[in-house]
Design a protein around this ligand. Sequence first.
Ligand code: NCD
Length: 307
Amino acid sequence: MRSLIDITDLSPAELDGLMDTALDIIANGKQYSDMCRGKKLATLFFEPSTRTRLSFEAAMYELGGNVLSVTDAASSSAAKGESVSDTVKVVSCYADIIAMRHPKEGAALVAANSASVPVINAGDGGHCHPTQTLADLLTIRREKGSLNNLTVGLCGDLKFGRTVHSLIAALSRYEGLKFVLISPEELKVPSYVKNDALKKRNIPYTQTTDLASALPELDILYMTRVQRERFFNEEDYLRLKDSYILTPEKLKAAKEDLCVMHPLPRVNEISVAVDNDPRACYFKQALNGKYMRMALILKLLKEAGTL
Ligand code: NCD
């Protein structure tokens, strides 16, 4: 059974195919409005979410399908001590496809090994978040025309930020990319991400704590929230949370066609005054996420023989 646990489960050709489908959905949405009639998506969210869960649900509704939803771990059998493995075996009896978010790294893989329907990882702890990356890739392709030959700055909590890990893994398979990793010392990209995606492929990258000096060379600036829920103590979070705040003043030094991204939710990392700048792409990113999730649901249901 084909699931999506890690972004590298999809080949670059498959990523291109999903983006092509998403662009076709944007152009010809009506033709897709009945494709999942009678099919059910279960969203199992054991961690907070607004856009990821709602965009999965909107995606399934726009394909004509239905949604079953667990939004609160405390109200599900997980609170009684049920294992992830048992939960998804049961949910496989009711739904054709599952999207799951869980606070533990590796939980989505455990789920995929037990489920008899496709499982989509909607975020597993501080590990990865492949469907956010699908949204990010489509955004870059639409804004920049291509995913090649770009200087990409990632800024903020690069240690716990799972969207960053998946995005680096995905982008490292395109041509001519350079990465600038901007974070406090304590929140640098984990070694395993650098080793697997960057070092193995000899992709150029630099690490810095200084956003202002990195900004002028960037084509993409991907801001992230400091991931409070993954910290062991509140003092460290309070010390680091406002390390980077993007303002219109700072953006003056950036390229005119810079694309400013953020997976959202934003806390303080981007001043609201930046929202009116044409370079702000983060709300478009949230919309692109819905189209990519539609494309992914279609692909996985087709491969499972359900459609
Ligand atoms: C991200 C996540 O859950 O990792 N949110 C999202 O899905 N768009 C980013 C975050 O929570 O900071």
